[in-house]
Design a protein around this ligand. Structure first.
Ligand code: NAP
Length: 291
């Protein structure tokens, strides 16, 4: 079954479900990217310079045997590379590591605290778009005030805002704001992550959601797993989700979500799992991030 696509604000189409590869080693990345594309039917991979596995991402895409232009590849610019010239050089280096002439989506990875520098960097992404090195440009972890800066200082509206989003942190207001500007919302940590955060802290939300009785009951009724129900919740809200797994069985399971439909009651029950006051966040709030 093919993955549904969403049309971005510049007409480029993005598959609504992709594979995340943060914290996958280069060996795991090359293996799981090939598997996801060639065996499980994925056509969208979410990478980043910071994940330190761009070479392996490119190798996995080539090993899949599927033509490059049938696969949507994202990479991201890390804040230490911000600045107009630095950003241009960083994109060229990413393309070289990937072994590609272009990426489908290039994102500002985190809103650097220096607003003027971030706007200047956005102009480098606009240059890259005009030069055909990227098919779409966007941002990640941008709060409303970060978006305001770019909308005022740039001439291209971001195509995507990739944010932490899952039932414990549904991000309703930011999603609505994105939509008002024609910006697609992409969910990172769509399953609320693994048992530990990458910063070595226990992550209560991922495990709690996957074993939550409300989700287990809905899953049982549909003959699906709790993770499939969570991913289906994302799909039915028009969000693009990029669950990460290095486990083949899970990668296959995570894309097997297009043959059932959650009811309005199911969706409302899952909406009820929000943790109050943003308490479902597993990572640093963008306004508090120092990178
Ligand atoms: P996630 O996708 O919500 O969760 C990943 C965890 O769930 C891993 O421990 C994985 O285990 C497990 N898992 C996956 N499928 C499963 C299944 N079917 N059953 C049980 N467990 C399952 O979290 P994430 O990796 O933090 O986020 C996803 C992607 O978003 C990242 O890989 C990255 O591409 C992107 N991201 C972007 C940002 C940003 O700042 N823009 C930040 C974070 C993440 P195994 O791998 O061991 O199978």
């Amino acid at each position: 079954m093919t993955t549904p696509e969403i049309t971005l604000n510049n007409g480029v189409r993005i598959p609504q479900l992709g594979l995340g590869i943060w914290q996958a080693s280069p060996e795991e990345t090359a293996r799981i990217v090939r598997y996801a594309i060639a065996e499980a039917g994925y056509r969208h991979i979410d990478g980043a310079k910071m994940y330190d596995n761009e070479e392996a991402l490119g190798a996995g895409v080539r090993a899949s045997g599927v033509p490059r232009d049938e696969i949507f590849v994202t990479t991201k610019l890390w804040p230490t590379d911000y600045g107009r010239e630095n950003a241009t050089a960083a994109l060229d280096a990413s393309l070289q590591r990937l072994g590609f002439d272009y990426v489908d989506l290039y994102l500002l990875h985190w809103p650097n605290q220096d607003d003027a520098l971030r706007v200047e960097t956005w102009l480098a992404l606009e240059d890259a778009l005009a030069a055909g090195k990227v098919r779409a440009i966007g941002v990640a972890n941008h709060e409303p005030h970060h978006l305001d800066d770019l909308l005022a200082g740039g001439s291209v509206v971001p195509a995507v805002n990739q944010i932490e989003l899952h039932p414990a942190l549904p991000q309703r207001e930011l999603r609505e704001l994105n939509a008002r500007h024609g910006i697609a919302t992409q969910a990172w940590s769509p399953l609320a992550g693994g048992p530990m955060t990458p910063w070595g802290r226990a992550n209560p939300h991922g495990t709690a959601l996957r074993s939550h009785p409300v989700i287990a009951q809905i899953a049982g009724r549909h003959g699906k797993t709790p993770v499939q129900v969570i991913l289906r919740w994302h799909m039915q809200q028009g969000v693009v989700a990029i669950p990460k797994s290095v486990t083949e069985e899970r990668v296959a399971q995570n894309i097997d979500i297009f043959d059932f439909e959650l009811s309005a009651d199911d969706l409302a029950a899952i909406d009820g799992l929000e943790v109050a006051d943003g308490g479902g966040r597993t990572a640093t709030h963008p306004d508090d991030a120092s990178f």
